[in-house]
Design a protein around this ligand. Structure first.
Ligand SMILES: CSCCC(=O)C(=O)COP(=O)(O)O
Ligand SMILES: [Mg+2]
Length: 257
């Protein structure tokens, strides 16, 4: 199905997609550029272990105050104490519910962890070469993730892959970062309209969105974006993209035109 603004392109064989005229690529993180296990299995426990301490130490920070208020509103308990707030946050973590206040607080804890050298950004092997290739071709690159902008910047700023234990800083490749606070829910077409507006002249055509989740592909398509699903073997949503144009690797995505 050809979407408005979709550049010329064909699906050349199973899992290979060639698109011409792409001026901007927006990237999901979990399941798309990075293994879900690196987020759910490493980042989440790291933040969970430090959450209560973080709230105790940063309880007066405006961002923390706002996040706690958001939790109380979402659970419908305006007088919930910190213990109840932590329990709600941990329940969302356990179910991988992408609740904005959870992502805000996780993001701050992770940013401190990256700065302390305790965390590393993990990417599928095909991702960094593709990002460098697309950036060199003049394509605008941005991130749209449930993870907070603070977490995104830290994740891309401390990428594994350098020689030895050196960390690569991929942020020079990125022109923008968008999350649930700055753009909105990933299943809302309006969020993609806000991102396109924010990218402005850096995205003269509707961006290409790369994500693992069908609901996000649907929302981006409804906003007139070009989309390609990313179905990585072993990832939770890999089997749900049969009805979508999709690739298993960025190496199978040709944006050279
Ligand atoms: C590496 S930034 C933290 C990622 C995160 O917390 C998350 O929930 C990722 O979800 P996504 O929308 O990128 O699939
Ligand atoms: Mg994802």
């Amino acid at each position: 199905m050809t979407r408005p603004g979709t550049p010329r392109g064909t699906v050349a064989g199973a899992g290979h997609v060639a698109l011409a005229g792409v001026t901007a690529v927006v990237l999901d993180i979990e399941g798309t550029v990075s293994p879900t296990e690196a987020v759910v299995g490493t980042l989440y426990p790291y933040a969970q272990a430090r959450l209560a301490g973080w709230l105790a130490q940063h309880g007066d920070d405006p961002e923390t105050v706002r996040a706690i208020a958001q939790v109380r509103e979402l659970i419908g308990e305006p007088d919930a104490d910190v213990t109840r707030v932590v329990a709600a946050l941990d329940d969302w973590r356990a179910r991988d519910v992408k609740a904005a206040p959870l992502k805000t607080l996780q993001g701050r804890i992770w940013a401190a962890g990256f700065a302390a050298g305790e965390l590393t950004g993990v990417f599928f092997d095909d991702v960094v070469p593709a990002l460098r290739r697309w950036h060199a071709a003049g394509i605008t690159l941005a991130v749209y993730s449930s993870g907070s902008v603070a977490a995104q910047r830290a994740w891309f700023g401390h990428a594994a892959g350098g020689a030895g234990d050196r960390r690569d800083d991929l942020r020079p490749l990125l022109a923008g970062y968008f999350d649930l606070d700055s753009a909105g829910p990933k299943t809302d077409p309006g969020s993609y309209a806000r991102i396109a507006a924010a990218l402005g002249a850096a995205a003269p055509r509707p961006p290409l969105f790369l994500t693992d989740r069908p609901t996000e592909l649907d929302a981006a398509n409804a906003a007139g974006w070009t989309t390609v699903g990313v179905a990585r073997p072993g990832e939770p949503y890999a089997g749900a993209l049969a009805g979508y144009r999709h690739v298993a690797s960025f190496a199978d995505l040709d944006l050279a035109g």
